[in-house]
Write a protein that binds this ligand. Sequence first.
Ligand SMILES: Nc1ncnc2c1ncn2[C@@H]1O[C@H](COP(=O)(O)OP(=O)(O)OP(=O)(O)O)[C@@H](O)[C@H]1O
Ligand SMILES: [Mg+2]
Length: 252
Amino acid sequence: MLRIENLHVDYDRIPALRGISMDVRAGEIVALIGANGAGKSTTLKAISGLIKPAAGKIEFNDQPTAGFAPEQLVELGIIHVPEGRRIFPRLTVEENLKVGAYAARARIGEKATIDRVYELFPRLAERRKQAGASLSGGEQQMLAFGRAMMAKPVLLLLDEPSLGLAPILVEEVASAIDRFHDGGVTVLLVEQNAELALSLATRGFVIETGRIVLTDTGPNLLNNPKVWTSYLGQEDWEVTTGGEHRAPAASN
Ligand SMILES: Nc1ncnc2c1ncn2[C@@H]1O[C@H](COP(=O)(O)OP(=O)(O)OP(=O)(O)O)[C@@H](O)[C@H]1O
Ligand SMILES: [Mg+2]
């Protein structure tokens, strides 16, 4: 569905992505993990057209899309939920949801989609007339998800959806991602919480200073101590992953 080849992105000529290649197949949840500043958000921004690549290829369903405007990519079904949620604080919950359906393809059946969002997130239904700003952090994340759902995503790009949420809400985020996926949406998930991302993902890519350094299945990456110690800078893999429910680290 998505193919990226040798993608370079610079900020003021300082390289952020140094030739990354990766792919996402239809129906997958793919995790992109890496330390702070590795280039995760930059990758998503390049895919959704928020920044222009310096070089390289991006193809969505075999169509080259590098350099497309964000609105064009939204019409193709590429929906980006950026870091930090970015809901409209003065609009009500319902108005925020309707903003999500601005693409022509999303306006078809808007009413049915909004009903589905309320069914999935009953808390949003209860608060439909409340201002976005009055929601808790977790509720705002649900609203950001609901708004993305309104856009009828084909490929959903999620940037740190669990950031700053209490553990119980992280569970809710995980189940919301599962529900998107069950509904036929392909997901590219960026997370600092690598354990969460890899436990949901079919496959994962590890990015380090603008380069993909490792790719494998989600479970294999989850059980690879090198991911935690070398690439994510954690001192102790067992502490990081909670240890007990995982296979022991390979010794060498
Ligand atoms: N608008 C910008 N202007 C200049 N440099 C930027 C800009 N945005 C990001 N960078 C730089 O590009 C590199 C990659 O940043 P990016 O935001 O993609 O990292 P990230 O992996 O998402 O990190 P984090 O986990 O902290 O969100 C970093 O070195 C960052 O400082
Ligand atoms: Mg980021």
